[in-house]
Design a binder for this molecule. Sequence first.
Ligand code: UD1
Length: 338
Amino acid sequence: MKKILVTGGTGYIGSHTIVELLENDREVVAVDDFSNSKEDVIEKIKKITGKDFKFYNVDYLKKEKIEKIFQENEIDAVINFAGYKAVAESIKEPLKYYKNNVCGAINLLEVMQEHGVKKFVFSSSATVYGNQNCSKYTENMERGHASSPYGTTKIMIEKILEDLYFSDNTWNIAILRYFNPVGAHESGLIGENPQGIPNNLMPFIMKVANKEIDCLNIFGNDYKETKDGTCARDFLHVVDLAKGHIKALEKLDKEKNGIFVYNLGTGNPYTVQEMVETFKKVNNVDVPYKYAPRRSGDLPIFYSDPTKAKEELNWTAEKTIEDMCKDSWNFVVKNKNN
Ligand code: UD1
């Protein structure tokens, strides 16, 4: 059976997607350079699924090493998760982000083209919509201006993929725009484990609940647009998100060629305050917080219209906000000594 190449395979979303691929009897080859993940994720994925897969410790900027993987394996499709994703860091070090995310994607696409592999799933982000003064985002809206170099790399790669398809319409591409992924696999073996002080909400809540950080700052409680004055986001469970990739691959298997864009979100926004209260309640832990000034660049409310993914991929997020909070905490509890 031809294999699915997963770049960034030991990262947060990559690892959960490999679990789903293996559970759907797909053969997997994974690549990662552990720049933001740990080697033990490989064994954990094997433990969860009881299945094996080939792994290469490779930086995807090293084109000759990617070529070797294509020579050694019969690749059917590539899912590209490799990429840096820390918004604040990208503002401080833009060249690092453009080089890694954009050049890495181009390397991959070049090697794919040389080997006649034209099925590509790209890990994009809702950040590509930018600030358009609206709250619910549909795929046919124009891309906006991203608020960071990280977001701009996603916009640039989406554009590269469109131009590539325009130049050669035998390509078969799915662009998946994620909203706010949270949660962890229910086994507690894999999840999100950022080093240092996290920027995103759920990793921060987890560190406060685990007493590694004293207090959560809730950035802004005076937003008129939301029910309790704190920002609202379309949080979705990472396992639902991973399943969206399987559905996207199935779509590409059926279509033979095209370029398809899908929002992956629940379509139901929850506020920061609701997230914190739910986390405390379902896990019976304390999460001390205080209200702090608004964070620059934050939109009051931002969520998906997930209709297209439902109609064309037969994908809907199934897990609840309670599942997201429970599974995130379970991952912390199970990994306390690591
Ligand atoms: C952020 C990025 C986005 C990226 C996404 C990845 C910004 C402006 N946007 O989205 O480009 O694709 O992460 O998941 O950084 N919050 C607090 N206290 C905290 C942390 C967050 O109140 O300590 C609030 C934020 O103000 C925001 C909400 O929680 O209202 C969600 O924040 P976050 O998890 O960083 O996600 P986004 O800002 O939506």
